[in-house]
Design a binder for this molecule. Structure first.
Ligand code: CAO
Length: 424
């Protein structure tokens, strides 16, 4: 006799009920352990609920647009194979920050009601944060067009995919197909030359590849290079580092660069903007959130530091470390990505003299940082050693012109060179 199991929703007890945004399976589907059954949305986050068992869907017990509460049955499942609830349970149980990380986990709670802090922390890690975040209508629209919504870069808040994003994606893909039909080089059978190994790309690598291609093919990029004298900044950072080291806080030059960029964005709002092609409008952001490109073993990720203008150097140092740790552990939630003013890509520790960073759409500019170098300068017969920081600003030439970019960089340099402008 077949073993039918009711799959109940768990770990949402903090909410009276949550909305069923999308049903991702149909009766008769054979599903794997951990396969997403439904997408639910609370006031805190949107997340997929995975099946703890493999089996065949016999009945769906919820409706799209309906509500579910803790313990409701989602589907009736005829079990197949070995049953193992471990992974799924781990996935849906949205992690509570451990005490050791409590300082770091305070990030991103600045704009919220302190009474609701616990709830927001509970929604801190969303199961597979790479899943697309979109309304049921947009999911349906993408399905009708045969578009895999996971690959569509979202321009909405927390990278939510909007109808226009699906449309832009389709247009870009059609254009790219025409180009690639004409130019794509067929992969060679390299095994004819020697030993080879084929390794599947990670999901993040695939999404990054698509985003980069879209950015490169749709945005007219220009890169402006400059160099800032950061001798004073470095002296100050070293002094402050000694104090902060005792508190286990690491202070890198990047934290000062983030603050300097923040001051520059305030002065040049055109760089804190996004172009809405559909409505032919430029959207100016009145907040300053800065994305940081983080190199992780799974691929490139861009967490966003929120409200940088309201935070101290020390707070930013703590948050930068916390967010880059979360990125490396693949624990970033959609709320911690997207919506940024501008992104910084720092290859400072890795070396190189300069590079041309690719804009992170829908932003209109990105700042690349290369490794600092020493330069001797002679004044009044005295030789002094300066520390020089190479800067590379890539900008969207549809929104920003070359003169503005030059002024932006000049101001950024001035701020970096006058340390007090950074700190105050
Ligand atoms: N020049 C010289 N040294 C630098 C520097 C610079 N521009 N920037 C940082 N450093 C030094 C710091 O002083 C620190 O040295 P100590 O350990 O001796 O104190 C060390 O490098 C720290 O580097 P870090 O990389 O750990 O920290 P960070 O704050 O500079 O950067 C992060 C954090 C997350 C941006 C970085 O780790 C990272 O992932 N960078 C890669 C980004 C990337 O891949 N960009 C490409 C995107 S496009 O493919």
């Amino acid at each position: 006799m077949s073993d039918i199991k009711e799959i109940l929703i768990t770990d949402i007890e903090e909410f009276d009920s949550v909305d069923v945004v999308n049903i991702l399976v149909s009766v008769g589907d054979e599903i794997d352990v951990d396969q997403a059954l439904i997408t639910i949305e609370s006031e805190k986050a949107m997340m997929d609920f995975p099946s703890p068992y493999a089996g065949i869907i016999k009945k769906i017990n919820v409706i799209e647009g309906g509500k579910v509460k803790e313990g409701d049955s989602l589907v009736s499942l005829e079990l197949i194979g070995e049953t193992n609830t471990h992974t799924a349970a781990k996935k849906i149980s949205v992690a509570r920050p451990n005490t050791e990380d409590s300082e770091r986990q305070k990030i991103d709670t600045g704009k919220k009601d302190p009474n609701k802090k616990q709830a927001s922390e509970k929604a801190y890690v969303i199961p597979d944060s790479n899943d697309a975040y979109a309304s049921p209508g947009v999911h349906k629209y993408a399905r009708e067009l045969g578009v895999d919504i996971q690959t569509v870069p979202g321009s909405g808040r927390a990278q939510r995919v909007k109808t226009e994003d699906v449309q832009t994606y389709v247009r870009t893909q059609l254009g790219a197909k025409q180009i690639s039909n004409a130019t794509q080089v067929k992969p060679l059978d390299f095994s004819a030359y020697g030993e080879t190994e084929a390794v599947a790309q990670t999901k993040i690598q695939k999404v990054t590849a698509k985003n980069m291609t879209t950015a490169w093919q749709t945005i007219p990029h220009v890169t402006h290079f400059d160099q800032a004298d950061v001798t004073l900044l470095e002296e100050h950072r070293k002094q402050l580092s000694v104090e902060l080291k005792e508190k286990n806080i690491k202070l890198t030059p990047l934290v000062f660069i983030i603050k300097a960029l923040c001051a520059t964005l305030k002065k040049f709002p055109n760089f804190n903007a996004s172009l809405d092609i559909a409505t032919e409008q430029i959207i100016y952001k009145k907040y300053i959130d800065i994305g940081i490109a983080v190199d992780t073993p799974h691929g490139l990720m861009v967490p966003v530091l929120r409200s940088v203008d309201k935070k101290s150097i020390t707070q930013l140092a703590i948050e930068l470390l916390a967010l880059s740790d979360l990125a490396r552990q693949r624990k970033l939630s959609p709320k911690q990505m997207g919506g940024g003013s501008m992104t910084i890509s720092s290859l400072g520790i890795l070396g190189g003299q300069a590079f041309t960073p690719i804009i992170n759409p829908p932003e209109v500019a990105i700042l690349g940082i290369s490794k600092m170098f020493k330069q001797e300068s002679v004044s009044n017969r005295n030789t002094k050693e300066k520390k020089i920081l190479p800067l590379a600003l890539s900008y969207d030439h549809r929104v920003i012109n070359g003169a503005e970019a030059a002024r932006f960089c000049t101001y950024l340099k001035e701020v970096l060179e006058d340390i007090w402008k950074v700190i105050l």
